[in-house]
Design a protein around this ligand. Structure first.
Ligand code: ADP
Ligand code: MG
Length: 452
């Protein structure tokens, strides 16, 4: 019934000059309804603590009627016009200035003080529609910005309803730069150890079978069932690949990381073998990990440097890509730009679900003097302007996330060089478990990117 209604609306009722109120009445309120929220479960002009969002929605819980208590929203909706008063189209397709501003606006709302329970945000002008998901500090697309039409609106509404009715729990992170030795494995491991100590349930996946560094540094080997077995045989239970890694402290406290160790069997296959033996190729890992998304708070994937099956699968499976670089290594900065500008979009095009996104880069594991930092900033400026000239791609927010005029803040998060971090591989225990300074460093990284 409602869906037939949408088909009609999109067909003929909404003229381009519709104002926000008209779009809200004719399109957005029925949409909220179709997503399963009744009259008492949504209202307009919700005060987020950082501006008003057009609508907020949440199911009532017993006697807590959302429209009355007006606290703890679950879904936020920001409505835009189809065209400006002057008649220019308000274009919410990805990449336009209007889109970028609206996306930033939604991000601000989802992270505002009164929205700590909000997990989803929709932006729409009744021409385009996009769903965003929030996990801790990270806001990322849960669908692409989609041009809505009569023949896809039903599918879009069903898909969004399905997502918000069965919300995933985990954020899946891949630490990647296609430059070796920048600290991918070390960061993955210590970030996982830090998140576990923050009370999070964490799954670590070693998808770098050639190196297997992560598994080696935890002293773990593949168990009865390997990841390759599960990738090639859908009838196996992927839970059987998981090995616990437990750290017990003198205080009696203990922490457990769940780990899928590197599978040496995978090492012997060529790219061609892998493509033919594993149905769906580099899309298969994401499928296989799906069950874990409802069980863990964080899933971290370690993968090899070169752009091939394992790294492609890892980017395909993740929500966000965290990119370590070195301030004194130009290749690591150029390769970070390549990940952001070429490899992530390549995976976006294959996935068609809006993911993954690249997070801003960080400097890892080197002490930095001021003159060195100045040189690094010059190199970064060169990369930014080169790529902008070549293809209009704006890398600046990925290098300088706080660069807002007039201050032009060029700070980049930096994880210090710490000998104990490097030495920990021989102890078979990540440094962030054993040394409070190492823990503090990685806790700062976790706060910078992931946890509120
Ligand atoms: N913050 C750090 N402080 C000291 N050493 C580090 C740090 N990060 C990484 N390393 C060391 O740098 C080397 C390369 O790191 P690794 O994580 O193996 O890189 P990748 O996985 O990108 O190839 C390792 O010897 C590691 O111990
Ligand atoms: Mg590595």
């Amino acid at each position: 019934m409602l869906l037939t209604y949408f088909e009609q609306v999109l067909d003929n009722i909404l003229p381009d000059e519709s104002n926000e109120t008209y779009i809200s009445d004719i399109f957005v309120r029925p949409l909220i309804n179709a997503l399963g929220f009744n009259q008492q479960e949504h209202f307009s002009e919700f005060k987020t603590g950082d501006g008003n969002v057009d609508f907020a929605a949440r199911k009532n819980v017993n006697s807590d009627i959302f429209a009355l208590s007006r606290i703890n929203p679950y879904l936020l909706i920001e409505v835009k016009v189809r065209a400006t008063v002057a008649g220019a189209k308000f274009n919410l397709s990805e990449g336009t200035p209007e889109y970028i501003n609206t996306k930033e606006q939604m991000k601000k709302y989802l992270l505002a003080s009164k929205c700590k329970t909000s997990q989803w945000g929709i932006i729409t002008n009744s021409v385009h529609l996009q769903l965003f998901r929030r996990h801790g500090k990270v806001v990322f697309p849960a669908t692409p910005s989609t041009l809505i039409k009569k023949d896809n609106i039903n599918a879009i509404v069903c898909h969004i309803k399905n997502l918000i009715d069965n919300p995933p729990k985990a954020l899946t992170i891949c630490v990647y730069n296609n430059k070796g030795g920048v600290g991918k494995t070390t960061t993955t491991l210590n970030l996982a150890a830090t998140l576990v100590q923050q009370g999070k349930r964490v799954l670590l996946i070693d998808f770098d079978p050639q190196q297997g560094d992560l598994s080696k540094s935890l002293g773990l080997q593949v168990g009865k069932v390997s990841l390759y077995d599960c990738l090639s045989d859908r009838d196996l239970n992927i839970h059987d690949t998981v090995q616990p890694f437990t750290v017990k402290f003198k205080s009696g406290k203990s922490f457990q990381l769940d780990v899928i160790p590197a599978d040496p069997k995978l090492e012997n296959f060529t790219q061609q073998d892998l493509a033919t033996r594993i149905e769906k190729g580099s899309a298969r890992l994401k499928d296989a990990l799906k069950v874990f998304v409802y069980e863990y708070d964080y899933i971290l994937i370690d993968c090899p440097t070169s752009w091939m099956f394992f790294s492609q699968s890892s980017l395909y499976a993740c929500d966000v890509v965290l990119i370590p670089t070195k301030h004194n290594n130009l290749a690591s900065l150029n390769n970070a730009a390549k990940v952001i500008k070429e490899l992530v979009p390549e995976v976006n095009a294959a996935r068609q679900d809006g993911g993954p996104i690249a997070l801003p880069i960080f400097f890892n594991g080197e002490s930095i003097t001021l003159p060195q930092l100045k040189i690094a900033n010059q190199e970064i400026e060169t990369i930014i302007s080169r790529e902008f000239k070549a293809s209009n791609f704006n890398l600046r927010p990925y290098f300088y996330p706080n660069y807002i005029k007039p201050d032009r803040n060029t700070e980049i998060f930096s994880l210090p060089n710490y000998a104990i971090v490097a030495g920990a591989a021989f102890d078979r225990v990540p440094a962030a478990f054993k040394h409070s300074t190492a823990y503090e460093y990685y806790f700062k990284l976790a706060k910078e990117y992931f946890i509120l």
